[in-house]
Design a protein around this ligand. Structure first.
Ligand code: NAD
Length: 252
């Protein structure tokens, strides 16, 4: 069975992606920086489906931990066929761009971009060394913030814009190796990350901010990821699949 690693998978979008991949036949390494009962519950749900799963706690911004993480997954589940770079953090504090502090900037860039870059590189090296049979892929969960300007969390937008370029770079490098690299770009999705702004976002949605007038759900993102991970868009590479209910349409 193909093996997938999903980062930040104990809750929210990552959790749904891990479960959806398992339903479509992947064995799954469930990563998160927080090792708690939520992560164990995701593993238990996957095992209950008859698939293999392992909880592999690690902070993806710790580059020195990547090799140990990947070795452990290989030992327990076998070589990876799919990496889903989902782990991400928002700004520590929302506020004026003129007040953004170094701690929040570094945290956003370290997790959302630098950690993701080097984990992708480490996985890509292994994929290139071990040509596999089925479709192999790297799917990056970015955000409409790669494109939409939110002045109250500039550091998040910068990191996600960088992730969009990261996707294109690896897509180009790995296309000749038969490895598909893609970006999935969610809009407003109902998860613990959006919980603090749920009231404001809910009002925006009700007022027609998104042409599809409802919250996005983690399953909406998971469906896009699985489509790509299964290789169901075989002549597509480096593309952005936007899952935002039409939020980023330009209208007149
Ligand atoms: P979430 O906060 O609910 O879940 C993120 C998970 O990632 C958490 O379990 C967290 O512990 C984990 N994580 C954080 N830092 C980590 C690290 N250094 N190493 C490993 N795991 C780490 O968030 P979510 O809404 O499910 O978001 C998932 C991804 O989707 C993020 O990259 C986020 O930027 C992106 N996204 C979310 C939305 C949305 O509306 N919820 C919109 C666009 C993009």
């Amino acid at each position: 069975m193909p093996v997938a690693l999903v980062t930040g998978a104990r809750r929210g979008i990552g959790r749904e992606v891990a479960l959806r991949l398992a339903r479509s036949g992947f064995d799954v390494a469930v990563n998160d920086v927080v090792a708690d009962a939520d992560g164990e519950a995701v593993v238990a749900e996957i095992v209950a489906m008859g698939r293999r799963a392992v909880l592999v706690p690690a902070d993806i911004s710790r580059l020195d931990k990547h090799a140990v993480l990947l070795d452990r997954i290989e030992e327990e589940l076998g070589p990876l066929a799919c990496l889903v770079n989902n782990a991400g953090v928002s700004a520590l504090v929302r506020g004026d761009l003129l007040e953004v502090g170094e701690a929040s900037f570094d945290r956003c860039l370290d997790v959302n971009l630098k950690g993701t870059f080097f984990l992708t590189q480490a996985v890509a090296r292994r994929l290139v060394r071990q040509p596999g049979g089925g479709h192999r892929s790297i799917v990056n969960i970015s955000s409409i913030s790669a494109e939409v300007v939110s002045i109250s969390r500039g550091e998040y937008c910068i990191a996600k814009a960088g992730l969009a370029m990261l996707t294109k770079l690896f897509a180009l490098r790995l296309a000749e190796e038969g490895i598909g690299v893609y970006e999935v770009r969610p809009g407003i999705i109902r998860t613990p990350m959006t919980e603090p702004s749920a009231e404001r976002l809910g009002r925006l949605i009700e007022d027609g901010y998104t042409p599809i007038r409802r919250w996005g759900e983690p399953m909406d993102v998971a469906e896009a990821v699985v489509t790509l991970a299964e290789g169901r868009l075989p002549f597509t590479v480096g593309q952005v699949i936007t899952v935002d209910g039409g939020l980023t349409f330009r209208t007149l």
